[in-house]
Design a protein around this ligand. Structure first.
Ligand code: E4P
Length: 218
């Protein structure tokens, strides 16, 4: 399973990238707005830090505008993945950019039928948003299960399932149990993944007992 970090905060990306466990980054217009930074500059900086896929989202809503903006974003670095919304125009732009070997992440996926269309449009990634479904009283993980099952039924569907809008470690674990290819995780949730009180307690006890032996390894 691949781990992407869902943020446009360079400091957070650098900190987590030092773990060596980060495979890519996703951003969206809201995260760019939160960063207060220039969009093209911040994507360039992220691509210099993380060599894996970095998703950058278009602002246009029409097919021609999306294609033009997608090509501009792709010029920033080879690892830019163009993020397009799951609309008919987005799907058309996905086919056009994919035909030019530009990778596309089709985002804002909230149904299995949308995920089928993303695969048929040749998307490299589809991003189903689990947290936002949970927010309206629908179990977002049911959607991930449906997409995993459908994609496994068709060997010609090459699109990777990128689980997005993750709000807690349980979302990540359930996605992994279902066999989703990628999870994009906000920095605060990424930091929570390692925590367990029994680990902290165990380390404390082992250090105390080791010190009581009076030995040294080095
Ligand atoms: C994914 O690419 C999106 O940027 C993200 O996961 C959205 O998450 P949110 O619902 O917490 O805003």
């Amino acid at each position: 399973m691949q781990f992407f970090i869902d943020t446009a905060d360079i400091a957070a990306i650098k900190e987590l990238n030092e773990t060596g466990l980060i495979d890519g980054v996703t951003t969206n217009p809201s995260l760019i707005a939160k960063s207060g930074r220039n969009f093209l500059e911040v994507i360039g900086e992220i691509c210099a830090v993380v060599k894996g896929p970095v998703s950058a989202e278009v602002a246009a809503t029409d097919v021609d505008g999306m294609i033009k903006e997608g090509k501009r974003l792709h010029l920033i670095a080879n690892n830019v993945v163009v993020k397009l919304p799951l609309t008919w125009d987005g799907l058309k732009a996905c086919r056009a950019l994919t035909a030019e070997n530009i990778k596309v992440n089709v985002t804002l996926c909230f149904s299995a039928s949308q995920a089928i269309l993303a695969a048929k449009a040749g998307a490299t990634y589809v991003s189903p948003f689990v947290g936002r479904l949970d927010d309206i009283g629908v179990d977002g993980m049911d959607l991930i299960q449906d997409i995993c099952t459908i994609y496994k039924n068709y060997s010609d569907f090459k699109t990777k399932i990128l689980v997005a809008s993750i709000r807690n470690p349980v979302h990540l674990v359930r996605a992994a149990l279902m066999g989703a290819h990628v999870a994009t995780i906000p920095p605060n949730v990424a930091k929570q993944l390692v925590n367990h009180p029994l680990t902290d307690k165990g380390v404390e006890t082992f250090i105390k007992d080791w010190q009581s032996t009076g030995q040294k390894i080095l």
